[in-house]
Design a protein around this ligand. Structure first.
Ligand SMILES: Nc1ncnc2c1ncn2[C@@H]1O[C@H](COP(=O)(O)OP(=O)(O)OP(=O)(O)O)[C@@H](O)[C@H]1O
Length: 693
């Protein structure tokens, strides 16, 4: 940059030089002419004439020097001013000008010398760069003032370096070489041009050196500031780090306290919920019934005793029935009397009308009894559902009371057990709070029966670990997440699941056995989203146990598939017919397809098993009952080959459902496995497609 800038300066110099070259000889010639003309009349002019002669002899040299050096800037200024007066015809003024110029030049040479000395000192000692720069500037300013030309404004449009360079150039242009020869104008003649050129080069090098030094010093200053800033930042960082560590320490100290506060609060809430649940059960039992104990000799068995509300309802229904029977009896006897009178009645129109009116009254009464009955029956159904819920809640409370995990333990230093959600075949599921992630979870506690053989225990654990290994890799919005698994003791381990605060589909269907088609559709759609995910993975999975109890809802009503205890990984090398079913007999039979009951050979299964189960689920949601073996036990289904015979699905006339829904169910329940669409194929069915029509 600097070099190019310096290079750019050259034309300016040459311009000035040119100007000087033109003006100086002319001027001197004029002066000479005048001096010659005045010599006799002015004796006092002798020294001046001498001086002029010397100048004249010197002229060519000076001219050449001016054109080489940067001085013309300065010399031009000097000479340009008087040149206007010398151009005038004032002869007296000429003498004065020569003297004035001579004095001026001497003065400038003195100034220049002092600058050179300072400059030389600075060159000798590079560490004085800043001082030198300032001194140089000061000198330069003085020079500028002397010339009175306001060149200081040259700052405009230039960088700092250029200014320094200009200043230096200005100074060196008036400066004599170190030997001081230039100080004496009489020595100039003996000085070779080469020497002058070298001097000139040297002075321009000096300029550059000075300029570079100024830049270096500016950069050093910048560096110093940057270092200062860096050290300030480092200090700040250290301070922030220290504060962070203090906060972390504080946090570490606070953590157990906070955990304690949270778990205490959770325990209080859970205790309150337990109390409330028991109180509600007591109140509901009065209304809906309770479990009584019957003793028959040494055998004690439990039986259900209806509560007051149900008793009242049943009494009301009985009473209505009695009234209905009475009215019907009266109506019958009226009809009998009417037929006994025979044709004679026809003659007496008054009697005939009386019969007709009486019959109308009985008919009207019977119709009103029927309406009342219907209302009471609906109410009783509702009570029956409430009774079912009450019985499940009673069972839950009993299980909770009998559980060894009911006293709010914290498992694995992390999971605060709260209340029991339910009990399955071999497990208890507790609502729990994850004290690390700060979220609710469901802790499934798998208890091994102490009576089991070691082999059976190991097999159960292997099975659970297999389930865990499958389930833990599944991350989908419509599949319950499995967070963790750990051992509690020799006979118990725990799996930690995403908590679904809503009911499961089984509980939903127990409360409202028939769902509107719209609701059933969105539920099955969500289940299929999960199934599609299972079938688009590199390692495909068959759930194999799709049933209402394995569909959970979160607090927002999002359906999620859970329980991968029976699920199968479809190996990559499996044939097009499917994989071998090794765990035949497991599962819930109402929901399994015919191929799973194949006895003559090992069945081959695929994701079509889940498609069949989904078809049964939709049917059940829409009609409130399963299509095959609804009222049969598992054992009877097996014994009577109910599913093997399930060749065709029949639809009840009520409730009416759309043809789309019927077609979808028929496709899912296609008897022949080969013809049944798999998960990805049925996912394209219009019943599972949501788009604006
Ligand atoms: N992740 C969960 N979030 C909320 N509740 C759950 C969760 N998992 C299970 N439950 C509830 O816990 C109860 C017991 O569940 P579990 O899966 O052990 O029972 P099951 O499916 O009836 O039994 P099994 O597993 O022997 O078939 C059920 O009422 C179920 O709704």
């Amino acid at each position: 940059m600097k070099h190019s800038f310096l290079a750019r300066k050259a034309p300016e110099d040459s311009y000035l030089n040119k100007k000087s070259d033109q003006s100086l000889p002319t001027k001197i010639a004029k002066l000479e002419a005048r001096m010659i003309g005045k010599a006799s009349s002015a004796s006092s002019a002798a020294p001046a004439q001498q001086q002029l002669q010397q100048q004249h002899q010197q002229q060519p040299q000076q001219s050449a020097w001016s054109s080489l050096s940067a001085a013309p800037k300065f010399a031009t200024a000097d000479l340009a001013e008087p040149s206007t007066s010398s151009d005038s015809d004032d002869d007296n003024g000429g003498e004065f000008l020569i003297q004035a110029n001579t004095q001026k030049r001497q003065k400038l040479q003195e100034d220049g010398n002092s600058t050179v000395l300072e400059h030389a000192e600075a060159v000798a000692d590079g560490r004085q760069v800043v001082v030198e720069s300032i001194d140089t500037k000061a000198t330069s300013d003085v020079n500028r003032k002397k010339h009175g030309r306001g060149r200081g404004h040259s700052v405009s449009g230039r960088g700092r370096g250029s200014r320094v360079s200009d200043q230096t150039r200005l100074l060196t242009s008036t400066v004599s070489p170190p030997n001081g020869q230039l100080e004496n104008p009489y020595n100039k003649d003996s000085r070779p041009n080469e020497q002058l050129r070298n001097d000139n080069n040297r002075s321009s090098l000096d300029e550059e050196v000075a300029s570079l030094r100024a830049t270096v010093s500016a950069l050093e200053e910048d560096l110093r500031k940057s270092r200062q800033e860096a050290s300030d930042y480092q200090n700040l960082c250290r301070q922030v780090e220290k504060e962070l560590n203090e906060l972390k320490d504080n946090e570490q100290q606070m953590k157990p306290k906070r955990t304690k506060v949270i778990s205490d609060l959770l325990i209080s809430v859970s205790k309150a919920e337990r109390q409330e649940a028991r109180l509600k059960v007591r109140q509901d039992s009065l209304r809906l019934g309770n479990v009584g104990v019957i003793r028959a000799g040494t055998v004690i068995s439990e039986t259900w005793e209806d509560g007051q509300a149900l008793k009242d309802l049943n009494a009301h229904l009985r009473q209505l029935l009695e009234t209905k029977e009475a009215v019907e009896r009266q109506r019958k006897s009226l009809k009998k009397r009417q037929s006994d009178k025979g044709d004679g009645v026809d003659a007496e129109t008054g009697v005939q009308e009386e019969f007709l009116v009486q019959d109308e009254i009985y008919k009207s009464r019977l119709a009103s009894i029927k309406r009342e009955e219907e209302v009471l029956l609906r109410e009783r159904d509702r009570y029956e559902l409430e009774k079912g819920r009450l019985i499940r809640e009673m069972k839950r409370i009993r299980d909770e009371d009998g559980s060894r995990f009911n006293n709010f333990q914290i498992l694995n230093h992390r999971f605060a057990l709260l209340n029991l959600l339910g009990k399955g075949g071999f497990s208890e599921v507790y609502k729990a709070f994850d004290l690390v992630e700060h979220r609710y979870v469901a802790c499934k506690l798998h208890g091994l029966n102490a009576q089991w053989s070691e082999e059976k225990k190991q097999s159960y654990i292997r099975h659970a670990i297999r389930e865990y290994n499958i389930h833990k890799t599944l991350v989908h919005h419509h599949i319950v997440r499995l967070w963790d698994i750990f051992e509690i003791d020799q006979n118990t381990f725990c799996t930690v699941l995403e908590y679904c605060s809503g009911k499961d589909l089984d509980a939903v269907l127990k409360a409202t056995p028939v769902l509107p088609e719209r609701e059933a559709r969105i539920i099955i759609f969500q289940i299929f989203q999960g199934l599609i995910y299972l079938n688009k993975r590199t390692q495909k999975i068959i759930h194999y146990d799709l049933k209402p109890g394995n569909v959970l809802f979160d607090e927002l009503g999002v359906a999620k598939v859970t329980d991968f205890g029976l699920s199968k990984i479809v190996e990559n090398d499996v044939g097009s017919q499917g994989m071998e079913l090794t765990s035949q007999g497991a599962g819930t039979y109402w929901y399994l397809p015919p191929e799973c009951f194949e006895l003559s050979k090992t069945p081959l299964i695929s994701s079509k098993v889940d498609v069949w189960s989904a078809g049964i689920l939709v049917y059940q949601m829409l009609f409130g009952r399963r299509p095959f073996g609804h009222d049969q036990t598992q054992e009877r289904i097996l014994r009577e080959d109910t599913i093997i015979k399930a060749r065709k699905v029949e639809f009840p006339s009520r409730p009416a459902i759309s043809n789309e829904a019927k077609d979808f169910i028929r496709r899912c329940l296609t008897y022949n496995q080969a013809e049944r669409p798999d998960v990805l194929a049925i996912a394209q069915d219009p019943f599972l497609t949501y788009s604006k029509k």
